[in-house]
Design a protein around this ligand. Structure first.
Ligand code: IFM
Length: 457
């Protein structure tokens, strides 16, 4: 790979602004990049089923092949190493590890992740392993999925097998990626697999996912000596559409479900009373001991930050009586997501102020734009590069203000399967030509690499 080193970085930021042991990574996930959907004993996940259902994925695609990372993983790790990264976040595909409720762990599935982890270690990349990034085995969904407490037990079996197998080599574990999406997009708005549309179901899923997190933490610690265990939450600063009292009150209601519904129980406060009152009879079934299990205590919190949410008072909207609005004048990515680096600074300060979080890692942050390949094959994605620079500067501001932030993982190393959007959205620092599987580092990736290799303004 030819790396272009920028002599003049477009903003005053340098790696030396951060601690020497700061972690610089990229994030990926199994279903979005691996492909090899039927190889080596992998069974269908809810996403295979969802993708096969007409009308669910905007371009009618699936993760069947994706970036073929299952075969091209060495090339991808070489790329990550050459960029100067020192950490790599990946997820394990549960359907590769257990192919049935009563099955034994699949040796071929474990072997794939074993060689992947060895490959990271050989390249100086600290492995950050996410255990659940949305690819629930379909056979568990057929028995009620995450709404069925038996899925918590199945998850613990899976976590036990994986953490035993990799626990001496992987020291950083993330139990779940973005439980909001698992629960709410999967079961409330139905945008994601399995595509249900029921608030009570979504809240029960959410509770069971949090419970599975709490029960998994001690198991991982037992199997992986000196492990650091956390969770990655998608958090959003919530902003009022106006400074009216009604819109300010709407912010508090929205925040109670969007952010505090996750943060409060994880840090021992139970579900926020305000949100419980709003959802009323739709609240989840909670059994004795659940809330204590969820509040088990973590070694770090992973924050996935993309954009703030702007809300207004909307009395007709059940349950929060709020509506998300999209003010016209804001800068946005191709996805329509607001570009608001300051939101990252605010969010990191807010969680540190309101919760006893300990170390924080930005476990995802990134942008999608409509990339154009130039005649010479290069991809000059200036907007993504600027997004990256401005968010790194925002994170530096949070550290300067006293924040205990220890690492940053860009989403994502590669363009990949963007869930309901299929391949219409490109989040990668690396361009994927899906016809040839050729990888080309975009200018944003080249900038990140130059930054990591110590380029100065
Ligand atoms: O692609 C997703 C990822 O799987 C989870 N966090 C947000 C990303 C961009 O939508």
């Amino acid at each position: 790979m030819k790396t272009m080193i920028f002599k003049h970085l477009p903003a005053a930021i340098a790696r030396t602004d951060f601690a020497d042991d700061f972690l610089w990574g990229v994030s990926t996930s199994s279903y979005q990049i691996e492909g090899a959907a039927t190889l080596d004993g992998r069974v269908p996940s809810i996403w295979d089923t969802f993708c096969a259902t007409p009308g669910k994925i905007r371009d009618g695609s699936s993760g069947d092949v994706a970036c073929d990372h299952y075969h091209l993983w060495e090339q991808d790790l070489d790329l990550a190493q050459s960029m100067g990264l020192n950490a790599y976040r990946f997820s394990i595909a549960w359907p590769r590890i257990f192919n049935g409720v009563d099955a034994e762990p699949n040796a071929l599935g474990l072997a794939f992740y074993s060689k992947l982890v060895d490959g990271m270690l050989a390249r100086g990349l600290q492995p950050w392993c996410t255990l659940y990034h949305w690819d629930l085995p379909q056979y568990l969904e057929d028995q009620g999925g995450w709404a069925n407490r038996a899925t918590v037990d199945a998850y613990l079996r899976y976590v036990d097998a994986v953490s035993r197998h990799l626990g001496s080599r992987v020291k950083h574990w993330i139990t779940h990626n973005e439980p909001w999406c698992t629960a709410m997009h999967g079961n409330w708005d139905g945008m994601h697999a399995p595509g249900n549309k029921s608030l009570p179901l979504a809240l029960q899923v959410c509770h069971n996912v949090l419970l599975s997190h709490g029960r998994a933490v001690p198991l991982i610690r037992a199997n992986s000596p000196d492990a650091q265990v956390g969770i990655a939450l998608s958090l959003h600063p919530v902003k009022p559409a106006s400074d009216s009292a009604a819109d300010l009150a709407a912010v508090a209601r929205h925040d109670a479900l969007r952010n505090r519904w996750f943060l409060d129980p994880l840090y021992g406060r139970g579900y926020p009373e305000q949100a419980l009152q709003l959802v009323g009879k739709d609240a989840p079934q909670i059994e004795a001991g659940d809330m204590a299990a969820i509040a088990v205590g973590m070694d770090f919190l992973g924050v996935n930050y993309y954009f703030p949410e702007v809300v207004k008072d909307a009395p007709q909207q059940y349950p929060l009586r709020t509506e998300i609005v999209h003010p016209a004048e804001r800068e946005r990515t191709a996805f329509g997501w607001e570009v608001a680096p300051q939101g990252l600074t605010e969010l990191l300060a807010r969680v540190a102020r309101d919760y006893p979080i300990g170390p924080l890692y930005v476990t995802e942050n990134g942008s999608t734009y409509d990339d154009q390949v130039s005649a010479d094959g290069s991809i000059d994605d200036q907007a993504r590069r600027d997004y990256l620079i401005r968010h790194l500067a925002a994170m530096r501001d949070a550290i300067t203000a006293g924040g205990n932030i220890r690492g940053y993982f860009a989403w994502s190393l590669l363009d990949n399967f963007e869930w309901a959007e299929g391949y219409l959205r490109r989040f990668g620092l690396t361009y994927i030509d899906y016809a040839t599987q050729r990888r080309t580092l975009k200018h944003s990736g080249q900038w990140y690499s130059a930054f990591l290799h110590g380029a100065q303004n």
